[in-house]
Design a binder for this molecule. Structure first.
Ligand SMILES: Cc1cc2nc3c(=O)[nH]c(=O)nc-3n(C[C@H](O)[C@H](O)[C@H](O)COP(=O)(O)O)c2cc1C
Length: 215
């Protein structure tokens, strides 16, 4: 894909020797201090088509066992968002007779919560010798890369699933095939206000050192 007004470096030609590390205070800050923006905190503007294509291109530079590229994107911008919202309400009514008026009203505004929504679709090949789990993990890595690439370009974002990521009706509406799943909807735009630091897990319980059993 040829892009105008690039803010990321282009991928070099195949076989170009690449740096194995890129020590960078800015990259360290980006990772160490990243925060999602709340689903109620995103407003216009969002990335335009050129900027988004570039972010999506960079986002796909993820680990990918046997280079299957087991993912794809479906982008919602402009009027397409309201169209999705209306159809999602009908699907919710059909799939969930217990859906309250409040739940339906929420759904009616889902994709209007940000100027750009990217559905990241996990698209594994179940017949391939690379396990589906690994293919799905690559898609998860892609979602995070997408958020980081967007943040590094000046766009705020968050990764949401909600019921629309687990609905047969929505999957059919979006044209997912049998083995495809929605990894998430990445909402992108401008932050209305700065998010605050959130509680972090106690890592002493999460990081252990494997010890050799004494003889
Ligand atoms: C797969 C996945 C699905 C998520 N779905 C939702 C969701 O539906 N609603 C929500 O409020 N947060 C959801 N989150 C959490 C937010 O994206 C976000 O990570 C969380 O608010 C913590 O903020 P932080 O990313 O800045 O740590 C999801 C996260 C992941 C990884």
């Amino acid at each position: 894909m040829r892009l105008m007004a690039s803010i990321f470096p282009p991928a070099p030609p195949l076989g170009t020797p690449m740096l194995p590390t890129r020590p960078s205070p800015e990259a360290r800050q980006l990772i160490a201090l990243r925060r999602s923006t709340s689903k109620r905190g995103l407003i216009t503007p969002g990335p335009d088509r050129t900027a988004l294509d570039e972010i999506l291109t960079v986002a796909t530079r993820v680990p990918d066992h046997r280079r299957l590229a087991p993912w794809r994107f479906l982008v919602f911008e402009g009027d397409a968002r309201a169209d999705f919202n209306a159809k999602a309400v009908e699907i919710q009514k059909a799939e969930n007779p217990d859906a309250t008026e409040a739940m339906l009203a929420d759904t009616a505004g889902y994709f209007s919560r940000a100027p750009v929504v990217v559905a990241v679709i996990s698209s594994p090949d179940p017949t391939h010798k690379t396990p589906v789990w690994e293919q799905e993990l690559s898609c998860g890595a892609l979602c995070q890369n997408l958020l980081l690439a967007a943040n590094a370009s000046g766009w705020a974002g968050c990764w949401l699933t909600e019921w629309i990521a687990f609905s047969p009706g929505i999957n059919a509406l979006l044209g997912l095939t049998e083995h495809e799943r929605i990894a998430g909807f990445i909402y992108l735009g401008t932050a209305k206000e700065h998010p605050q630091e959130r509680l972090r897990p106690d890592l002493s319980a999460k990081i252990q050192r494997w010890q050799r059993e004494p003889d």
